[in-house]
Write a protein that binds this ligand. Structure first.
Ligand SMILES: CC(C)(COP(=O)(O)OP(=O)(O)OC[C@H]1O[C@@H](n2cnc3c(N)ncnc32)[C@H](O)[C@@H]1OP(=O)(O)O)[C@@H](O)C(=O)NCCC(=O)NCCS
Length: 266
């Protein structure tokens, strides 16, 4: 990791030896949402340090855990970058039980249909601008594109319950996990109407839709097979035609010869 990468909130300075006329212009997107990767781990942890460690001495994910989840399931993370700098992020992993247990803090269960949101945090200088709720909204919309996801869950301190309720989360009850003297409320959000299935799902229902699709595919395949067989038959007939013709010509010749009157003796 370069020094610039390790200090994500400092603007990279241009080398004075490069003349302005020869400087390459890199245009970083003003605003970009993308999944995080392990190279973003330090920037993530910088935000976490300020947001949590400086306040309570601990944070939801330590650096090795951030790397762990960004290696195992980067697709369940989302970063908001402004001009290339991370300003807010969410890190999630899959979970396979109804309620969160201690294991959920460190494990990713690839067969689970629940996304456990470990952490949402906004960089200090970008808070109180509505970025947290916007990122959460985009993340929840994105989850609708993942057909295996049925719901999202999180645990939060009680004072944040109204914040997550505004994003559509509902209280599930007290969380069994405690960290030192901290207790948490468990909340969940049902991920409904997956984007890829939305078109007919309301009227037909997804399983029927899949069956219909399969049925249609099978029908199409059998039509194609029939066409292929017909074509093959036609080409065989076309090939056989000259043979048949010559055979019949021979037969005709033979018959003609037989029926032709014998030349009269002179
Ligand atoms: C909590 C956090 C994600 C909110 O993001 P944000 O972009 O700063 O959100 P905003 O301040 O723009 O607030 C958006 C809305 O949430 C509400 N809100 C924000 N922080 C809140 C809090 N601590 N408690 C209750 N409501 C809160 C605001 O009142 C606002 O409501 P409104 O739209 O009705 O006015 C952000 O402050 C943060 O990163 N904090 C540190 C890390 C943290 O605590 N993360 C959550 C636990 S994992």
């Amino acid at each position: 990791m370069s020094l610039v990468g390790a200090l994500p909130f400092l603007k990279p300075r241009l080398s004075p030896s490069v003349s302005p006329g020869r400087q390459r212009r890199h245009t970083l997107p003003a605003s970009e949402f993308r999944p995080l990767n392990t190279q973003d781990a330090i920037s993530v942890f910088e935000i976490e340090k300020e947001a949590f460690i400086s306040v309570s001495g601990d944070c939801p994910l330590h650096l090795d855990e951030v790397r762990h989840f960004l290696t195992l399931c980067p697709e369940l993370s989302m970063g908001w970058f402004e001009e290339g700098r991370l300003v807010a992020f969410i890190i999630g992993s899959q979970w396979d039980q109804d309620r969160l247990t201690l294991d959920a803090l460190t494990l990713h269960k690839p067969k689970g249909s629940t996304v456990h949101i470990h952490v949402l945090a906004v960089h200090r200088t970008f808070r109180q601008q509505g970025k947290g709720p916007i990122l959460m909204w985009r993340y929840l919309q994105y989850l609708r594109c993942l057909p295996y996801v049925r719901r999202a869950v999180l645990m939060c301190e009680d004072f944040l319950v109204p914040f997550y309720q505004k994003s559509g989360f509902k209280v599930q009850g007290r969380c069994s996990i405690t960290v030192a003297s901290l207790t948490f409320t468990e909340m969940q959000y049902p991920v409904r109407g997956h984007a890829l299935m939305r078109r007919n799902s309301e009227a037909i229902g997804f399983p029927q839709n899949v069956l219909l699709l399969e049925e249609q595919t099978q029908r199409l395949e059998s039509v194609l097979l029939l066409e292929e067989q017909t074509q093959r038959l036609e080409s065989v007939l076309l090939l056989e035609e000259p043979i048949q013709r010559s055979e019949s010509a021979l037969l005709l010749e033979e018959q003609t010869q037989r029926t032709e009157p014998e030349p009269a003796d002179v």
